[in-house]
Design a protein. Structure first.
Length: 189
């Protein structure tokens, strides 16, 4: 699979920022270098992650052959990401990379008692059922891939594992977004 750019997205510290919002960012990575970052705000436990992330991804992708990485199907609490939605809105394949075995049962047990719209969120969470355990060059990971086959996903993950099992674009996106959320937090009210 020919990829010109990796786009990694993550949320910052998930706290109620002012009116229940959380910072997210997407970082573009070309070859071995971070290139650009786009920042957005989503509602904590909302339903706007797919649309806002798609916008940030589309702007960063700029019609280049890109692949998107996430570290979870949920972002900003229980704001769920629809991988088919991301693919439809951006045209890019995606990989969700877990460094632990994901548990649908635990997610649904935490979700159902607290959300009257849990059925909508369950549709996205059920994407995790297709997770696959993989052996990367730095250890075992669990992935959910959309629009990219398992072998290509493993090759891409291996090529970006510089310091840890988590591919560098995703690791760096997490660090940057966590720091941004600390800066924005005091001003969100």
């Amino acid at each position: 699979m020919e990829i010109e750019m990796i786009i990694a997205c993550d949320d910052g510290e998930v706290k109620k920022l002012g009116y229940g919002k959380t910072v997210i960012s997407c970082l573009s990575y070309r070859e071995v270098w971070p290139e650009k970052i786009k920042i957005g705000i989503v509602h904590t436990d909302g339903l706007d992650a797919t649309s806002i992330l798609s916008y940030l991804i589309k702007v960063l992708g700029n019609n280049k052959k890109s692949l998107v990485m996430f570290d979870s199907i949920t972002i900003a609490g229980f704001n769920v990401i629809s991988l088919p939605g991301i693919e439809k809105l951006t045209g890019f394949p995606s990989i969700v990379i877990y460094n632990y075995k994901p548990s649908i049962k635990n997610l649904l047990n935490a979700l159902r008692p607290h959300f009257i719209d849990s059925k909508i969120r369950e549709l996205a969470i059920n994407q995790i059922k297709s997770y696959e355990k993989i052996e990367s060059k730095k250890g075992i990971l669990y992935i959910v891939n959309r629009g990219v086959n398992k072998e290509d996903a493993i090759e891409i993950i291996n090529s970006y594992q510089f310091y840890s099992r988590i591919p560098e674009p995703l690791r760096l996106s997490h660090i940057i977004t966590s720091q941004i959320s600390k800066i924005i937090n005091p001003y969100a009210n």
